[in-house]
Design a protein around this ligand. Structure first.
Ligand SMILES: Nc1ncnc2c1ncn2[C@@H]1O[C@H](COP(=O)(O)OP(=O)(O)OP(=O)(O)O)[C@@H](O)[C@H]1O
Ligand SMILES: [Mg+2]
Length: 268
């Protein structure tokens, strides 16, 4: 069977540190896959390897069975893999609509020459880009005027805006790096609904999330990293009772974010 996304033995080193260590990771079309692990276990690095931010030192990444290992990030985005970042990368001085339009860049054809010599089609395309941006804002439930300046958005809505921007690239797969971090309970409920809606729209979701109730509640399957290695994979129920996973989380510093959630997961 062909996976929509697959890594085979991917390894990424930073100096002497092995951030991702020979990881085999397979994601089926249409699933919501949770990616968890203690702080520094290599989760973001794995997403960076998939989205082309880093090239693996060893191993390969496949999208719909085709190798994408050495493609540039924008090429990978064009092929249909979108992502959000652990740290917000929005343009705070732009409007929310403009931030989403930035995301569509990889889908619009208007390069400068095109815009100069075929101004009418460039104009039509601009209108379509604007409309699609509105549709993406609406999809994630960001009910603000499109010209609203991003700096004025509270944290939770900024995370939704990032997701809207990723969706504007019309992805087959969306990679979310801790989308619910720092959210209050009602914002968390809202983002969980949005993630389910994304999956229901036919987009495969990979989500890194420290909040155990969130990740266990929405994932079809969960993959666990520890010190760069994949230590477990299974249904949320299997993962919650996996001794290696419990052990990995027990070793975590109590100061670290997510330890409360991990403790909750252990107790449940
Ligand atoms: N660009 C980099 N240069 C050097 N070391 C890095 C770099 N990026 C990540 N690392 C290191 O690689 C390891 C894995 O980091 P990564 O960010 O992938 O972890 P993570 O699982 O996403 O952690 P967190 O839950 O804190 O976000 C860590 O030890 C980190 O310090
Ligand atoms: Mg991370």
């Amino acid at each position: 069977m062909e996976y929509i996304l697959e890594t085979k033995g991917v390894t990424k080193r930073f100096g002497g540190l092995v951030a991702v260590d020979a990881v085999d990771f397979q994601v089926s079309r249409g699933e919501i896959r949770g990616l968890i692990g203690p702080n520094g276990s290599g989760k973001s690095t794995l997403l960076n390897l998939i989205s082309g931010v880093y090239v693996p030192d060893e191993g390969d990444v496949y999208f719909n069975g085709e190798p994408i290992t050495r493609l540039a990030p924008h090429r990978i985005a064009e092929l249909g893999i979108a992502r959000t970042f652990q740290n917000n990368r929005l343009f705070l001085n732009l409007s929310i609509q403009e931030n989403v339009m930035v995301g569509q860049h990889c889908r619009t054809k208007s390069e400068l020459s095109h815009a100069l010599f075929r101004p009418r089609s460039a104009k039509t395309e601009m209108l379509q880009t604007k409309e699609k941006a509105l549709a993406c804002l609406d999809f994630v439930g960001l009910n603000r005027p499109p010209e609203f300046i991003t700096a004025g958005l509270p944290h939770g809505e900024r995370r939704l805006l990032e997701i809207a921007r990723a969706l504007a690239t019309e992805p087959q797969v969306i990679l979310l790096d801790e989308p619910a971090t720092g959210m209050n309970p009602s914002e968390k409920e809202r983002i969980v609904d949005v993630i389910r809606k994304i999956r229901d729209a036919g987009i495969t979701v990979v989500i890194i999330e420290h909040n155990m109730p969130v990740v266990m509640g929405i994932s079809d399957r969960v993959t666990v990293l520890n010190f760069g290695r994949k230590i477990a994979e299974g249904t949320p129920k299997e993962i919650q009772h996996n001794p290696d996973v419990i052990e990995a989380y027990l070793g975590e510093d109590d100061e670290e974010e997510g330890s409360d959630d991990a403790a909750q997961a252990r107790e449940s």
